[in-house]
Design a binder for this molecule. Sequence first.
Ligand code: GNR
Ligand code: NI
Length: 156
Amino acid sequence: MALRNIVVEGDPILRKKSRPVDEISPRIIKLLDDMAETMYLDNRGIGIAAVQVGVLRRVFIVDVGDEHGKLEFINPEITYTEGEQTYCEGCLSLPGKSADVERPEKIRIKALDRNGNEFELEADGLLAVCICHEYDHLEGILFTDRAKGEIETEED
Ligand code: GNR
Ligand code: NI
């Protein structure tokens, strides 16, 4: 495994649409492992999309610290949404920024796992927030695009 550099705001790649994975090759497996290492050890995020390490493929990982642990999504599709919730979001690619964003309260998502098996998952609360945030990255959308109030900037 290896750490990868996080792409930050200003790099136009974050605005591009990611392409589906056509084959779950060893490169994709390594990508997933490197993304996890980068998310956990270096940056301590609760999710990461491939575009954030510079790879325009429809892949993301989330781990919100609940009973699901680490979840990997390849070629995900959100199949259902219900309700709404507002959460103060941040992003590894927009360091120091945060804003309230409205998201569905509950979602269903189907995707492939790293073995190429399709699975479907129902999520609510923070897990739903995080999945929607990562899904947006696949479309080139950042949480600041959906901010409800002020975008806060933390000085350091
Ligand atoms: O680490 C992250 N925290 C977070 C907090 C609230 C809502 C969404 C997130 S995802 C973010 C990691 C990230 O940028 N993933 O793309
Ligand atoms: Ni993000």
